[in-house]
Design a protein around this ligand. Structure first.
Ligand SMILES: Cc1ncc(C[n+]2csc(CCOP(=O)(O)OP(=O)(O)O)c2C)c(N)n1
Ligand code: SF4
Ligand SMILES: [Mg+2]
Length: 272
């Protein structure tokens, strides 16, 4: 049998298997694209946590059935194009201003579910003022905060969240706390403010953590209906490209270095 004939036979066999209706049943489906996630290629680097975070956000929106009721605000940073991936109403905000834009949208349309999606440079550097005052006012929005310890989009500069000793393009010998300050644990800080209702830190580097992060986003939306204040979900994430690691190495590094400094779990939970 020639190579060509063998290939044809294998193709035929493959077609038989995947077209076999007894296998391709609804019960056997283990993976489906959420409706809220558009069927387009994402620009994220391979293994980047942004893609996983988008997926679970889309799944929650589908499962709560709020696709027509939700409005998102995209940041500046690698997730600047989030509106191209989520099939919902979205607005763009200038760098750092997403929570202020979300505040305006929620106040004009209080019946809608409103969230911002922001990186650490966006939320904890240029947008520190907006973030603190949004949370202090207790705006009824959900803030999703992707902390990868670096300015991803612009080429890996030091962020407020960069770990002590961690190398970046602007701290090539590692972050020196004496001259560059200590990393800002903005999530713990925001939990102190009376306006925050639910504050939690999660990650998406392992399947169990992905499920927990998804649950946290779900709670953030559910609590929004109670009008009790700001819900804040931090997701500790990776940046394989600027950390200069493979995706697997970056998740291991995250586990061993990011999580001891940014421990996972709820920081503020509703009392009633
Ligand atoms: C006013 C303003 N200042 C600076 C920039 C340049 N800039 C774009 S993205 C970015 C950092 C993004 O980092 P982060 O928010 O952590 O998002 P990531 O890319 O890591 O997800 C900066 C400084 C800008 N676009 N606008
Ligand atoms: S640069 Fe980093 S944060 Fe940005 S898409 Fe690539 S891996 Fe993700
Ligand atoms: Mg970042």
């Amino acid at each position: 049998m020639s190579m060509n004939e063998r290939d044809l036979l294998e193709d035929k066999h493959f077609e038989q298997v995947i077209s076999d209706e007894s296998i391709c049943t609804k019960e056997n489906i283990v993976y489906e694209k959420p409706e809220t996630l558009l069927d387009v290629s994402m620009h994220y680097c391979p293994g980047c946590g942004h893609g996983v975070a988008h997926r679970i956000l889309a799944e929650v929106i589908d499962e709560l059935g709020i696709q027509q009721e939700v409005i998102g605000v995209a940041p500046v940073g690698c997730s600047v194009l989030a509106y191209n991936y989520l099939n919902i109403d979205m607005s763009e905000a200038a760098h750092g201003r997403a929570s202020a834009v979300a505040t305006g949208i929620k106040r004009v349309l209080p019946e809608k579910y409103v969230f911002s999606y922001q990186g650490d440079g966006d939320l904890a550097a240029i947008g520190t003022g907006e973030t603190i005052h949004t949370c202090n006012r207790g705006e009824n929005i959900l803030i999703i905060f992707i902390n990868n310890g670096i300015y991803g989009m612009t080429g890996g500069q030091m962020a407020p969240t960069t770990l002590p000793g961690m190398k970046s393009t602007t701290s090539p010998f590692g972050r020196d706390v004496a001259t560059m300050g200590a990393p800002l644990k903005i999530t713990e800080l925001l939990a102190q403010l009376p306006g925050t209702y639910y504050v939690t830190r999660q990650s998406v580097h392992k399947p169990l953590n992905v499920r927990k992060a998804k649950k946290a986003i779900q709670k953030g939306f559910e609590y929004q209906k109670l009008n009790k204040g700001t819900c804040f979900v931090e997701i500790v994430s990776n940046c394989p490209s600027n950390w200069k690691m493979t995706p697997v190495e970056s998740n291991k590094w995250l586990d061993e270095n990011m999580l001891p400094f940014y421990p996972l779990g709820d920081i503020k939970v509703p009392k009633d």
